[in-house]
Design a protein around this ligand. Structure first.
Ligand SMILES: O=C(O)CCC(=O)C(=O)O
Ligand SMILES: [Fe+2]
Length: 279
């Protein structure tokens, strides 16, 4: 398994991208339309947010899941026994947000969601007929007017040596949603699990966009699109003193969307959040 980098502007981009999603659960795009200077500015401004103790004024709301998740609560991946070494913020347009950061993060949220909708159309167009016949509605329509689409701003602090033995930045996990849209972070570390059990580095050049399948699209496609396990490993050497910021957008359908004969999106999410210990 390899992760090919697909040029968003190439004639066969959609086909190649969806082929990569089917074969690996991941697709990597270059020359995508999400602006680099905007991303750089978001990374810088949110590094400032995480460095300021005022972040605790925005502590997450357990019922609605918006706001700041400190490292003392942050997730323990399904099946893992150590907490991840990370803190993060969940941005929803209806949720809490520091006023000085709202305009920029909201603009990104809107752009990235619109772009993601195009990617869902690509997935739909290039799904084999025997797969797409089981989609209960168009994939891009599943996220239309969804209030559950989640933009997560993640901060992985520098490694101090006081971490629990065996803890890593993000333990091996699959994402819950339909698709995740992840601009390359400001540092490496993301890896995907190959079918042979080996870990593979995800291309992390700034300017690449990484897209991966989540469990809900795996469910809706009857497994044709695999939700591939991934993780973020700790840096080595001089990079241990650097923090890492990343910005995944998790495409969550409206709760009433029927994913399969077994689940609506709402039922599916509830079950998974309980397993993560955050609900
Ligand atoms: O930080 C990253 O690069 C990936 C984060 C991730 O996989 C997640 O939050 O689900
Ligand atoms: Fe993930």
């Amino acid at each position: 398994m390899m992760l090919p980098i697909v040029d968003f502007n190439a004639d066969n981009a959609a086909e190649e991208f969806v082929k990569s999603l089917h074969e690996t659960g991941f697709g990597v795009l270059k020359n995508h339309p999400l602006q680099k200077d905007m991303l750089e500015s978001i990374y810088k401004n949110w590094a400032g947010f995480f460095a300021d103790e005022k972040k605790h004024d925005f502590k997450f709301n357990v019922e609605t899941q918006d706001g700041f998740f400190p490292d003392t609560v942050s997730e323990t991946a399904k099946g893992a026994d150590k907490k991840d070494i990370k803190e993060y913020y969940h941005y929803y347009p209806w949720g809490q947000c520091p006023e000085e950061l709202r305009e920029e993060i909201h603009a990104y949220y809107e752009q990235a969601t619109a772009f993601a909708s195009t990617l869902l159309d690509w997935v739909e167009q290039h799904s084999p007929a025997e797969v797409s016949v089981n989609y209960k509605e168009a994939l891009s329509s599943m996220i239309k007017n969804s209030e559950q689409i989640l933009l997560r701003i993640l901060h992985y602090p520098p490694i101090t040596g006081d971490e629990e033995v065996g803890a890593i930045r993000a333990a091996a996990h699959g994402d819950i949603n339909l698709l995740t849209v992840l601009p390359a972070a400001n540092a490496s570390g993301l890896q995907v699990l190959k079918k042979d059990g080996e870990w593979l580095d995800v291309p992390g050049d700034f300017g690449c966009l990484i897209v991966n399948i989540g469990d809900m699209l795996q469910e809706a496609s009857g497994g044709y699109f695999p939700s591939t396990i991934h993780r973020v490993i700790n840096p080595e050497g001089a990079d241990r003193t650097k923090s890492r910021i990343s910005l995944p957008l998790f495409l969550h359908p409206r709760p009433d969307v029927v994913l399969s004969d077994r689940y609506t999106a709402g039922e599916y999410l509830d079950e998974r959040l309980r397993e993560l210990g955050v609900k």
